[in-house]
Design a protein around this ligand. Structure first.
Ligand SMILES: [Zn+2]
Length: 1002
């Protein structure tokens, strides 16, 4: 007889789902179902258990969006089932992938959690010997937020009330363990046969074996014939892997977005459900390893579900449950400021250390939207050794060339990095995933280890017993990659030993997608930037007050406020890619954080003020207007700033405005556009001939896939320039300023262009009533210079990116992220744009007819995507930015700090700075008291310009000793460089972009 593998494949394709899988549960018994619908937000477990339940039934509708329903499931175990393995099967009646469906957590009558429920994970265990069943399920009716469809479902305040789910199943069932194993055998071998090439010997033999095994099954007595079929399959399962087979470390994982298409409070529950599943699975499968990142998520379990936390802790001690990541959350890494990025590691690693005694070694960021070039140094200084990401495989243009490599940051720090070739952080360990990992592994010529995170994320419950069954069978299986369940640290050690001279990738890991996240939801961007700078001020003045006046240091408040700000840097909150509910809460949170920090600052400054009169407070790391950095004094004398109106040169009718402060002269045309900005030192106009500055431009902005995330390059093809002005008038409320009002549609733009006395920067304050939708608002400056690259501030330094489009890698960077400044220069002359809350920018250049080159820098001010939040960005905004003509990088750094740290006024003669640095290129990023509450003073500095630097650092307090420490304030092993110095007067040398943290003992 001819052998036809297609016939076998189709036969298995039918019998496995239709006959074999159902035979795992040969007998079922309907459970009695009662329900309690919670009015409003989730209630404590004890209240849920004690609630007044009403009868209901399978098929009944339940759950309006974001509501909670408690189900009580009861039954008497049928007498003839005694001694058999039983389980409960619950289908909450939803469809959709992990994180996009109804979810539940099962509890025993005493309130201890059993495990989570999800469409992909529908069972609860039954204790052996049970005669009566009584379990409770706290079910969450989280709505599905359909991609690209603007919806009111994204906020409990706007979602409709109708139930969205139907209870699909609630049964008690007998388990046939042998049939379950048979199903797993067929699952693995069938998938493997599918995956192998049609002409492969092993593949052909597998189809024959599967055919024989199917013949051995009596479909009327699957239970009675399963063993015979398994014996046939066992021969194929016993054949060992090829000697050169790809080696995969499988790490159980659940990527749980801390907020996204659900609010923060739901993540608290998602994490508890997933952790409950995981510890339950570990009881049954001691080989199971699960890596959990984001200290915040463990802290939530600790706070809200102590009984789950106790179980997790037990499994951490057993070495099965492995904290990874070393960060407070899996944050965005493009936008968090210098100190905040450091604090992600400080708070994350401290939590893992204090709660579990674990010093995490691997930074785990599978999903963030690009990775800043400052990270390698920060990772190293946090005491970690490895880095894992996956997201770069989402690049739309260029294929990243390595999966295992050394990643080198702006300062030269290198971190051994792995980027799983399986191309997902939610693998199910299917044969397809295992084969893809081997096929795509770019470094396989010289390395043979890759990592595969497996498990359903976002509330899907993490790894399943089906996935573990695959891992067991593929440990050593001919035709498959070899799978070993191991800890990430074991993987990294092996991968490193296997490939110590891996290739090097220099600079940022720019993600060629999701470029709109630098701009979406301006209020969140602003909240983050302000909070970061208020935290700096609060710590600086609280430390100064503690050291100089013995004032109490607000440790608890600062710790709490930092953690709130760090949480909101999560990679769907700060990027503005969450539902309306998350955004609404984030705005309110930033408001609250701002108020509390202002209060702390006021208290500290109050403690510091002494003597007569008033002084100006300067929290910036550079002196300004005669006021020292990090201190307060009377303001120095400034030349007056003036505004005059004059006839525009070369025009008959136009008038123009001249702003001048003796340092900078700027000209603003009758249309309100800036035509020249000249610094007196160079005498050169920053604005290109016939070009303008501060041109507002509108682009249609509907990307192809991810509305809040993406801006696609075709947005540039269509543009509306806002050149018409409603009015252009002298601003009477500032020494030298012009106010310009423009309208477009229902939106109004009121801009104050002003030059302060002594200022080097021409500042533009933009008040927008933004009523556009799906529109990108840019402010452009056409500059008269030929820059090959732009320099954008990132954490503790800046990153250079090309202004040209020579290669596809260059062209893909058509929208870029900068913190407080973006600088462009040709030798001898540069210009900086600084801002108080903008991150997105683009830089282009053209060669003019006169032969000169114009470099156009644009700030991305606002977008208004409609998915997942239909109202994103609508309403009032105030955005500040400034142009600094004739600026070197050092000027850009200084002005960037200055615009984000406005001066304050305090009673008294002044404040002596705690720390003085004699080189402006060495910048104080943070002054605080030590995390261990010893009272030691911690000062973090860095070489900001990109060159090496030496600096004298003077401490104006009694310091008995000083050491260089890592981010966690532990002495660095090579710290003896300071031994020849006296603590109060140090002479320090810095490598380019080097960060140094000093710890002073008082
Ligand atoms: Zn994510």
């Amino acid at each position: 007889m001819h052998f036809d593998p297609v016939l076998v494949r189709r036969r298995l394709g039918r019998l496995l789902p239709e006959r074999l899988r159902p035979a795992v549960h040969p007998h079922t018994h309907a459970l009695t179902v009662e329900r309690y619908d919670v009015d409003g937000e989730p209630i404590p477990v004890a209240d849920g258990l004690a609630a007044g339940y009403q009868p209901t039934e399978v098929g009944a509708a339940w759950g309006s969006p974001w509501a909670t329903t408690w189900f009580k499931l009861t039954a008497e175990v049928p007498a003839d089932w005694s001694g058999q393995e039983l389980e409960i099967l619950v289908d909450l009646g939803s469809e959709g992938g992990p994180g996009f469906a109804a979810e539940g957590l099962g509890y025993r009558p005493d309130g201890t959690p059993i495990k989570g429920l999800h469409p992909y994970n529908q069972w609860l265990p039954v204790d052996p010997g049970s005669t009566n069943i009584e379990v409770y399920v706290e079910a969450a009716s989280n709505p599905q937020i359909t991609m690209r469809v603007p919806t009111l479902l994204g906020d409990v305040e706007t979602a409709p009330d109708e139930p969205i789910y139907r209870l699909g199943r609630a049964d008690l069932a007998v388990v046939d363990a042998e049939v379950r194993e048979l199903v797993a055998d067929f699952d693995v071998l069938g998938q493997l046969a599918e995956e192998l090439p049609a002409d492969d010997v092993r593949g052909a033999q597998l189809w024959a074996t599967i055919s024989d095994a199917l013949d051995a099954i009596d479909l009327h007595d699957i239970s009675g014939t399963a063993t015979k079929a398994r014996e046939i399959l066992a021969v194929a399962l016993a054949k060992p892997a090829n000697a050169s087979a790809h080696r995969l470390t499988a790490v159980g994982h659940a990527h749980i977005d801390s907020a996204w298409l659900w609010p923060l409070r739901e993540t608290v529950r998602k994490v508890a459900r997933t952790a409950s599943n995981v510890v339950q699975l570990m009881d049954d499968h001691p080989e199971m390893i699960f890596a959990m990142s984001q200290a915040q998520q463990l802290a939530w379990i600790e706070e809200h579900r102590p009984e789950v936390f106790a179980r997790v802790k037990e499994k951490i001690e057993a070495g099965q449950f492995v904290p990874v990541g070393g960060m407070w959350v899996e944050s965005d890494t493009n936008m968090p400021g210098s100190e905040a990025m450091a604090r992600q590691f400080i708070h994350g690693k401290r939590y893992f250390q204090e709660k579990f005694g674990i010093d995490t070694q691997e930074v785990w960021l599978p999903d963030s939207f690009g990775y800043s070039a400052a990270l390698p140094q920060l990772i190293k200084l946090s005491g970690s050794r490895w880095f894992l990401t996956q997201k770069i495989s989402w690049n739309k243009t260029n294929l990243f060339p390595h999966h295992t490599f050394w990643w080198e940051g702006i300062d030269g720090s290198r971190i051994f990095t792995h980027f799983p070739p399986v191309d997902t952080y939610n693998s199910d360990l299917s044969a397809g995933d295992l084969a893809r990992s081997a096929r795509q592994f770019a470094d396989k010529a010289r390395a043979n280890h890759a990592l595969a995170p497996f498990g359903y994320g976002d509330g899907g419950g993490g790894p399943t017993r089906e996935m573990l069954a695959r891992a067991v069978r593929t440990a050593d299986l001919e035709g498959s990659s070899r799978v070993a369940i191991e800890k990430p640290e074991a993987f990294f050690q092996k991968a490193h030993d296997d490939y110590p001279d891996a290739p090097v990738w220099w600079g940022e890991l720019y993600l060629e997608i999701h470029r709109g996240t630098y701009t979406s939801h301006a209020k969140i961007k602003q909240g983050n930037r302000r909070s970061e700078h208020l935290l700096r001020e609060a710590e600086l003045w609280a430390t100064t007050a503690a050291v100089q006046h013995g004032a109490e240091y607000p440790y608890d408040a600062l710790d709490r406020l930092w953690k709130v700000v760090l949480l909101n840097q999560f990679h769907d909150i700060l990027p503005g890619s969450s539902i309306a509910w998350v955004n609404r809460e984030a705005r309110a949170t930033y408001q609250q954080v701002g108020e509390e920090l202002e209060q702390l600052i006021t208290t500290s400054l109050g403690a510091l003020g002494s003597g007569e009169g008033q002084s100006t407070v300067n929290a910036a790391p550079h002196g300004r207007n005669g006021v020292p950095a990090l201190g307060a004094s009377a303001t120095g004398e400034a030349a007056p700033a003036t505004v005059t109106l004059r006839q525009a040169q070369g025009t008959a009718d136009g008038s123009e405005f001249l702003l001048d402060n003796g340092i900078v002269t700027a000209t603003i045309g009758a249309d309100g556009l800036i035509t020249s900005v000249v610094d007196h030192e160079t005498g050169r106009n920053a604005i290109a001939p016939n070009g303008v500055g501060n041109l507002l431009q509108l682009h249609p902005d509907v990307p192809n896939d991810w509305d809040a995330w993406d801006v696609d390059s075709f947005y540039r093809n269509t543009v509306v320039d806002l050149r018409g002005a409603e009015s252009v008038t002298v601003a009477e409320d500032v020494p030298a300023g012009v106010r310009v009002v423009r309208k477009h549609g229902d939106s109004t733009f009121t801009q104050l262009i002003s030059l302060a006395p002594s200022a080097r920067a021409l500042e533009i304050t933009t008040d927008v009533d933004w009523q556009e939708r799906e529109t990108f608002l840019k402010a452009g400056f056409e500059l008269d210079l030929r820059a090959e690259a732009s320099s954008s501030e990132t954490q503790f330094g800046h990153v250079k990116r090309p202004t040209h489009e020579n290669t596809s890698w260059d062209a893909a960077k058509f929208e870029i992220c900068a913190h407080r400044f973006l600088h462009v220069a040709e030798p001898g002359y540069g210009v900086a744009l600084v801002n108080d809350s903008t991150y997105g920018h683009d830089v282009t250049r053209t060669v003019r007819e006169d032969g000169g080159t114009s470099t156009t820098v644009r700030l991305s001010l606002l977008r208004a995507p409609r998915w997942p939040d239909p109202e994103t960005d609508l309403g009032q905004h105030r955005l500040r930015y400034a142009i600094v003509p004739g600026a070197e990088i050092a000027d850009a750094v200084r002005e960037g700090y200055a615009i984000n740290l406005p001066e304050r006024t305090v009673a008294g003669a002044g404040i002596e700075p705690l720390i003085t640095v004699d080189n402006p290129s060495v910048v104080v990023e943070s002054i605080k008291l030590a995390e261990d509450r010893s009272g030691d003073v911690v000062v973090r500095l860095y070489a900001a310009d990109g060159g090496r630097a030496t600096a004298g650092v003077h401490a104006a307090f009694d310091a008995t000793a000083v050491t260089t420490v890592d981010l966690l304030e532990r002495p660095l092993i090579d710290a003896d460089a300071l031994s020849s110095n006296t603590p109060a007067d140090l002479s320090l040398s810095f490598r380019p972009f080097q960060i140094l943290t000093l710890r002073y003992t008082r």
